[in-house]
Write a protein that binds this ligand. Sequence first.
Ligand SMILES: Cc1cc2nc3c(=O)[nH]c(=O)nc-3n(C[C@H](O)[C@H](O)[C@H](O)COP(=O)(O)OP(=O)(O)OC[C@H]3O[C@@H](n4cnc5c(N)ncnc54)[C@H](O)[C@@H]3O)c2cc1C
Length: 382
Amino acid sequence: MKVIVIGAGLGGLGLAHRLIRAGFEVEVHERDSAVEARFQGYRVGLGGHGLAALRGCLEPRLLPLLEAVSGDVAGPGRAVDAQLNLLAETPPRDEGRLFDRHVLRHLLLAGLSGHVRFDRKLDRYEELADGRVRAWFADGSSSTGDVVVGADGMGSTVRRQLVPSVQVYELDVWGAIGRTPLTERFAGLVPGWSTIVNTKQAQLFLGKMPFRRPPHEAAAELAPDVRLPATPSYLRWVMMIPHDHPGDFRSLEGDPEAGLAAVLELMADWHPELRALVRNADKHNSGIGPLRGTDPVRPWPTRAVTLLGDAAHPAPPGGLGANLAFIDGELLCAKLIAVRDGEVGLIAALADYERDMCEYATEALAEAMKTLESFKHLRTTA
Ligand SMILES: Cc1cc2nc3c(=O)[nH]c(=O)nc-3n(C[C@H](O)[C@H](O)[C@H](O)COP(=O)(O)OP(=O)(O)OC[C@H]3O[C@@H](n4cnc5c(N)ncnc54)[C@H](O)[C@@H]3O)c2cc1C
C-alpha cells in the first residue's frame, strides 16, 4: 500500500516515520526547497498524549537525542505589569517538554532521506477510476498512491480541494513574534515556565527555550548520522495586539525590522529590560501578522484523500497544534494498519479516523478559542 504525504512539517514527518516502520511505501512531498528554506524555529510545548505520540513515532535509538534537545517546563507562571511589578503567580508546572520547531523538524527528517522530496509543491490531486489517487505537482510531475494525506498546514491545498467550505479567517488579534538569545541578563525575566506582561494596549508572552544540550553537539554524540542545527537557547516572546489598535500593522507583514520597530513603539514607556529584550531580538527571525483560525471542521464525505494536523484543523498559535498533529498521525497510522491487515476497508477506516479526529480537534480548538477570549478580556480589564 502506497501513502503519499503532502507536507514535511511536524505532522507529515511524524506520520511518515510510523508508516515506514509499519512497512508501507511512503513518499513525502514538500513545497520548500530544503528544510532550512523558511524560518520555522519557534518553540512548541508538547505534553501528555501529544508528547507520547511524538516519542512513539521515532525510532527508539533517537529518543535519547530527542530528550537531550528538549527543554524543561518548570516553575510558576507569572503575570507582571509593564514595569515588571508582580500581578499574579500561577502554580508551578513540571510536565511536558519544550522543543524548537526547526530542530525538531531536522530530527524528524532522520532516516527519511529516501522518502522526502523537497521542491514538490502540490497543485491538486485527481481521483482515478481504480480508486487510487494521483498527486499533481507545480513542476508538472505526478505520483500515484492508494491514499493521499494532506499534511500541508493551515493553508492546505489538499483541504481547499477536499473540503472547500472550510474558510480560514483572521481573528481580531495581531501577533508579533521574535526570539532573543537566552543570556543571564534576560533569563531573570522568566523565572518560571512563562511570564505575561499585561497592559491595556497589548500583552507580551515570554517563554524560554532552554535546550538541555546544544542540539548539534548532542546529535554528534548520541546519533552521529543526524545533523541538527547549532541553535542556541533563546527566549521567545509574542506580543498580542488588539485588531482595533490604530497602528497600521498590515503594511509591516513580511518586514521583520519594521515589525520590531512597531513593537518597540508600543513599548515606549515599558521597563527598559523588556525593551532591551525586543531590541536584542534576532532581526531576521521575527515577524508580525494577524492570527488566523477557522470554524470547527466537521467530517466530510470520505475519499482516499484525508487530512492531518493544521490542514485538518487550522488552529491559532498556542499550545495544541503540534500536539494534535502527532496524535492524528498515531490514529491514522493505526487505521491504515487495520486496512493493511485486511480487518477493514480503506474508506471505512478513513471515515473512522476523520470522525474521531474531528471530534477531539473540535474540543481542543474550542479550548484554544477560550484562551484567546480570555486574552481579549484581560486586555480590557488590565
Ligand atoms: C508561533 C507559534 C507557536 C506555536 N506553539 C505551539 C505550541 O506551543 N504547542 C503546539 O502544540 N503547537 C504550537 N504551534 C502550532 C504548531 O507549530 C503547528 O500546529 C504544527 O506545526 C502543525 O504541524 P503540521 O505538520 O500540521 O503543519 P506545518 O508544520 O505547518 O507543516 C506543513 C508543511 O506543508 C508544507 N506545504 C504547504 N503547502 C504545500 C503544498 N501545496 N505542497 C507541498 N507541501 C506543502 C509546508 O511548507 C510545511 O512544511 C505554534 C505555532 C506557531 C506559529
